[in-house]
Write a protein that binds this ligand. Structure first.
Ligand SMILES: N#Cc1ccc(Nc2nc(N)cc(-n3cnc(CCO)c3)n2)cc1
Length: 287
């Protein structure tokens, strides 16, 4: 289809995955510049036809992402509205969603996981400084642009995806199903979406990263999930106490008690240093 900016997109392959009300496909964007045709591989995020009434929120999510740019934020080229289809055109990030990658890979090193966590914290800090709430931080929305390979000394590189439909617009059951990523304050009436909610979600995403992409509270039904918050429960703590403490601090039921992005980044730096020391302790010269 061609949209207002003259952006032509061609659908390519099968569905690559899905969000709450969207499906994603690989595609090609064709730009005509100085009479020359430029083809770019893109990711087409299509709003489900049966959720057309979300198209404004879908458009808002896309324009939020295209108004700001940061190395760890996904590049959104624009929205192509064609007939009944609402399509967000995004850069195709090479290795896709982090949760699937971790599940498939199963053996990502702790130093890579810490690096990914720190990059996500930097993206959150950038949004925080611009007073922009993401509202859907989770491993599925962290995209892997480069693999980390400790043997090659290369580090991973992530991009935070768009938040999709604003969480406060969703039905209560959809919000309930997002437990444990969604801050408990969003289940109050009225739901309070704030920068602090992103810190809670960051904690749940840290848990996913250090549990190799395992889905927290997998297969729990909505009643059990509601009780998880109702009785102030926490996710299964990591054996690594400092990591477990950071996750619990982010997932504080009191939004104002959650650590600032700067504190989180500092704590992650401490974990990176301690991990480095443990890793290289064996090489330490005999004292
Ligand atoms: N095999 C494979 C493979 C799959 C996907 C990508 N790349 C990519 N790029 C994006 N911009 C967004 C996504 N994406 C994936 N799932 C969602 C929905 C949940 O957010 C979004 N994937 C690359 C390789």
């Amino acid at each position: 289809q061609v949209n207002s900016q003259g952006m032509l997109c061609v659908f390519q392959d099968e569905c690559l995955g899905q969000g709450s009300f969207t499906r994603v496909f690989k595609g090609t964007k064709v730009d005509i510049r100085e009479g020359e045709e430029h083809r770019t591989q893109v990711l087409l995020k299509v709003l489900d036809a049966n959720h057309k009434d979300y198209w404004e929120a879908f458009f808002e999510a896309s324009s939020m992402m295209s108004q700001i740019s940061h190395k760890h934020l996904l590049l959104v080229y624009g929205v192509s509205v064609h007939g009944a289809k609402n399509i967000m055109v995004q850069e195709l990030v090479k290795y896709g969603a982090l949760d699937l990658y971790l599940k498939r890979k199963g053996s990502v090193s702790v130093s890579c996981k810490l690096d990914i966590a720190k990059q996500l914290a930097l993206a959150l800090n950038f949004l925080d400084e611009k007073n922009i709430v993401h509202g859907n931080i989770c491993a599925k929305n962290v995209l892997l642009a480069r693999e980390g390979d400790p043997s090659q000394e290369t580090s991973p590189f992530i991009k935070l995806s768009d938040p999709g439909i604003k969480v406060s617009l969703l039905d209560r059951n959809v919000i309930l199903d997002r437990i444990p990523w969604v801050g408990p304050e969003l289940l109050q009436d009225p739901p309070i979406l704030s920068l602090d909610s992103d810190k809670w979600s960051f904690g749940a995403t840290l848990w996913e990263i250090f549990n190799n992409g395992e889905t927290p509270l997998k297969d729990w039904d909505l009643e059990m999930k509601r009780r998880f918050y109702g009785t102030y429960q926490q996710l299964e703590p990591s054996q690594w106490t400092e990591l477990a403490d950071m996750i619990t601090q982010c997932m504080d039921y009191q939004p104002a008690s959650r650590p600032s992005c700067r504190v989180v980044i500092r704590q992650l730096n401490n974990l990176i240093t301690s991990d480095y020391e443990v890793l290289h302790a064996s090489e330490a010269p005999e004292r």
